[in-house]
Design a protein around this ligand. Structure first.
Ligand code: PLP
Length: 421
């Protein structure tokens, strides 16, 4: 309680970072420093050496690591403080799941998304991808079809394949710089072996927060064909530019009947290294029982106490740090967008509506995918995610992670500008 009012006090003291897009001149030279937020400083360049960081482990000397989706920021101090408190007691024995876990997820959904979730609908899950895989195992048989809407976070289809299921692509439609779902295409794809559709909301890598009409229609189509919707909402805590996230199961009675939502604070509060912590929300009691029984049978329903502590701390505090982070990310995204608008490089940034990943449309460069990746990684020295790895529709694109200090974004843009010659 004390901490809550302390953080609220910081907000009242005007602890915000409002970031203008900035002119190109300022962008590459004297980057104006925004007012610092007491307690955290997103401009700070962290030394991640010796931390076994996957992101930096793959970077060659001098390369900027702007790929895998973790951010180069310290986590929310409220999270570190809660972890420290427990570590300082040196007590890390077998621990039961506290009621606070479900309560914190329920309260967070209510306050953040206006979604009134019953606490019984919520269960602890061992990480989003492990839990989606568990849904594949629970609700499908080998050879059954799982629909993915590419370009999309590739573990959805890679694990489906590894588990002997058949991933089927329903590629997104990209028109006039906007992505939308191909709902008619979807209807044509379904057959009696189609059991699950994986929804990515917000959609990684294209950054869309799916609109209400799309979700409503999607729910109706899937319900008509007896297909479950597994909705990955891990990026949903970071809606940008005043947009709102709509949790799939909140959309309609139909969606609540056929939907299983997964989420986690690991992405938004930047503690992915704690791993194996997530939650699921399953309003339908039958689906919930089958799913949770499956988790328990596989002994996957038990959490690391530290990840539970971190989750409760993240969700139970006023999200002042997170709201500041979102503003900072918006500043980075505007910077990137403006840079590509003003410099004719054959690259357009698709503005994300959530999170910290920018999908760059590089098709006008007319390079093969291999040359495109080499252009970014070898010539510019920027490690990015290869758009082609996300399935159909990803060719000609790369994904750039701007969850990093502004100076790193500026360095990357400066390197790209130099290549223009
Ligand atoms: C859409 C999406 N889902 C899931 C994950 C990974 O979640 P977890 O580490 O909990 O398996 C990521 C990580 O980047 C992601 O982007």
């Amino acid at each position: 309680m004390k901490r809550r009012s302390f953080i609220k006090g910081m907000a009242a003291a005007g602890a915000t970072t409002l970031i203008p897009a900035g002119a190109l001149g300022g962008l590459l030279s004297s980057c104006k420093q925004e007012p610092k937020t007491p307690g955290w400083n997103f401009d700070e360049v962290l030394d991640r050496s010796g931390t076994w960081s996957i992101k930096y482990g793959r970077a060659k000397e001098g390369q900027l690591a702007m790929w895998i989706a973790d951010m180069d920021f310290k986590t929310d101090p409220a999270v570190s403080a809660a972890l420290r408190e427990r570590i300082d007691r040196d007590i890390i024995g077998y621990t039961s799941m506290p009621d606070d876990f479900q309560d914190s997820v329920r309260d967070w959904q209510r306050s953040r998304n206006g979604f009134n979730v019953e606490r019984d609908w919520i269960s602890f899950c061992p990480g989003v991808i492990a839990s989606i895989n568990q849904a594949y195992l629970t609700f499908t048989e080998p050879g059954d079809k799982i629909i993915v809407q590419t370009p999309v976070y590739d573990p959805f289809f890679r694990y489906a394949q590894r588990l002997g299921r058949v991933p089927v692509e329903n590629p997104l439609i990209y028109e006039n710089g906007r992505y939308r779902m191909d709902l008619e295409g979807l209807e044509r794809l379904f057959d009696e072996r189609t059991k699950i559709l994986v929804l990515c909301n917000p959609h990684n890598p294209v950054g869309i927060l799916w609109p209400r009409e799309t979700l409503e229609e999607l729910a109706e189509i899937c319900a008509r064909h007896g297909v479950l919707v597994v909705s990955d909402e891990i990026h949903s805590d970071m809606p940008l530019f005043g947009k709102k996230h709509l949790p799939f199961c909140s959309i309609s009675e139909t969606a609540a009947r056929i939907g299983i939502m997964f989420g986690s604070p690991t992405k938004s509060f930047n503690f992915a290294g704690l791993a194996a912590t997530a939650w699921c929300i399953i309003p339908n009691p039958e689906l919930r029982k089958r799913y949770v029984d499956g988790l328990q049978n596989a002994k996957l329903a038990e959490a690391s106490v530290l990840s539970v502590i971190a989750t409760i701390a993240a969700y139970n505090h006023e999200p002042v740090w997170l709201n500041d982070l979102i503003r900072y990310l918006e500043g980075n995204i505007l910077r990137v967008e403006q840079f590509f608008r003003e410099n004719d490089l054959g690259i357009t940034a698709v503005r994300p509506e959530a999170s910290f990943l920018v999908w760059l449309d590089c098709r006008a460069k007319n390079l093969s995918q291999e040359k495109l990746i080499s252009w970014f990684q070898d010539d510019a020295g920027i490690l990015v995610n290869n758009g082609a790895s996300y399935g159909t529709g990803g060719e000609g694109f790369v994904r750039l992670n701007v969850g990093c200090p502004r100076s790193i974004v500026d360095e990357a843009l400066g390197r790209i500008l130099k290549l223009k010659g």
